[in-house]
Design a protein around this ligand. Structure first.
Ligand code: ZN
Length: 395
């Protein structure tokens, strides 16, 4: 929170007590009024930003992650090892979080994230803080309907949160921005597709156990001042029948009772060769969302984040999301070619054929964690500039 100017407390100390050390009542009143004014100004500013972002045409956001600086983790990797440990790592995560926010603000991003700078992986960043999981004895499991194999941890006891999961980075982010703040968490279906069950004996039951934990942390994040919670559910376009049967219910359970905005991000996956190979088999038109959009449309989840630029998903499917805000991916994260503002406008224009303009939130197709930093930063600038141009041309 921007407080009174630096050094003002020393000045106040002298004003309150005078050079003779005696308290001056008139000055005390002045100081109290000054501090009240500062607080009011900050609160008013935050409220204004919140309103602005809601009412402005095409407010921008990003899917969630940004590349990590090389002093925090090894660059250009999905599972990048940390460069330091203990307190030094905690400080590096904090610094990277502040930097991620600054880069987004400077690029004209309205709803910013902490860039997922404090977690190694979008699912395991959450699992690390959950009791009941054996990370020491991993087993091989087929992921995304056996699209690829991975060594995964096992659930061996009742699941419980060890404590807060994302409090540090959420509070750092909230302290350093007055913009709307979005926070991403893995969805229950995607979590259980990444972990083996040796305890519940029923994967749906295990998904609901995770949904309860997600809900606990989501409510705490909301109390930390997060404005929008987004659940990432890439598994939704793999297990379409199950989304209908229980996946959507587990997601709604994770978001239950939240009064902040809620979103779900679905995507075809990036950064893993198996995903790229799988996408090659899907043909020229990807219609998986046709089955799940109507189910999401009926749910209380308010926003849907999906890839639109260079995507093979027919954009007319977006009309199945009536009543939802659509976070439309206008930045391709699978290509290092930096979009122009005009490229961004074109996608926004195409999306607006199927979604009311007031419901479009331009974003990146997916997270940018594995990208080169300079390219990711240039793409952020393109996103901000493109949305601004779209407001001028289409507003
Ligand atoms: Zn994604």
């Amino acid at each position: 929170m921007p407080g009174p100017v630096p050094g003002i407390h020393v000045v106040f100390g002298v004003l309150l007590k005078g050079v003779d050390g005696r308290v001056k009542p008139a000055m005390t009143t002045f100081v109290v009024l000054y501090l009240a004014h500062e607080t009011w100004q900050y609160t008013a500013q935050q409220a204004t930003n919140f309103e602005d972002a809601l009412q402005m045409l095409f407010p921008t956001t990003i899917a969630g992650s940004l590349p990590k600086p090389e002093w925090l983790a090894e660059p250009n990797k999905l599972w990048a090892p940390w460069k330091s440990q203990g307190d030094e790592l905690a400080r590096a995560k904090r610094d990277a979080t502040v930097l991620a926010i600054k880069l987004q603000e400077d690029a004209g991003i309205d709803i910013v994230t902490e860039g997922e700078q404090a977690r190694q992986h979008f699912v395991h960043g959450f699992l690390e803080k959950v009791d009941g999981i054996d990370f020491a004895h991993k087993v091989e499991m087929g992921i995304r309907k056996d699209r690829y194999k991975a060594m995964v941890p096992q659930v061996v006891a009742p699941l419980r949160l060890k404590g807060r999961v994302h409090a540090d980075e959420a509070r750092v982010a909230r302290t350093h921005t007055t913009h709307q703040l979005k926070f991403t968490m893995p969805g229950p279906m995607t979590i259980i597709d990444t972990i083996a069950d040796q305890y519940y004996g029923d994967r749906v039951k295990m998904a609901f156990a995770f949904a309860e934990l997600l809900n606990e942390e989501a409510k705490a994040l909301q109390a930390d001042g997060i404005d929008l919670i987004q659940f990432d559910e890439p598994a939704f376009n793999v297990y379409m029948d199950e989304v209908n049967d229980w996946g959507i219910k587990a997601l709604v359970r994770a978001a239950e009772g939240l009064t902040c905005a809620t979103a779900v991000h679905i995507c075809y996956g990036y950064g893993i060769k198996a995903n790229t190979d799988w996408k090659e088999t899907l043909g020229g038109e990807w219609r998986q969302y046709e089955d799940i959009f109507p189910v999401i449309a009926k749910s209380p989840i308010q926003q849907v984040a999906i890839e639109c630029r260079n995507s093979k998903v027919p954009l007319e499917l977006l009309s199945l999301l009536k009543g939802k805000k659509v976070q439309a991916g206008v930045i391709d994260v699978a290509s290092d070619t930096v979009e122009t503002a005009e490229d961004v406008v074109k996608v926004i224009e195409a999306v607006s054929q199927h979604v009311p303009r007031s419901d479009i939130i331009p974003t990146t197709n997916c997270g940018m964690a594995p990208m080169r930093r300079d390219i990711a930063e240039a793409k952020l600038m393109a996103l901000g500039a493109g949305a601004k141009l779209a407001r001028e041309k289409l507003g």
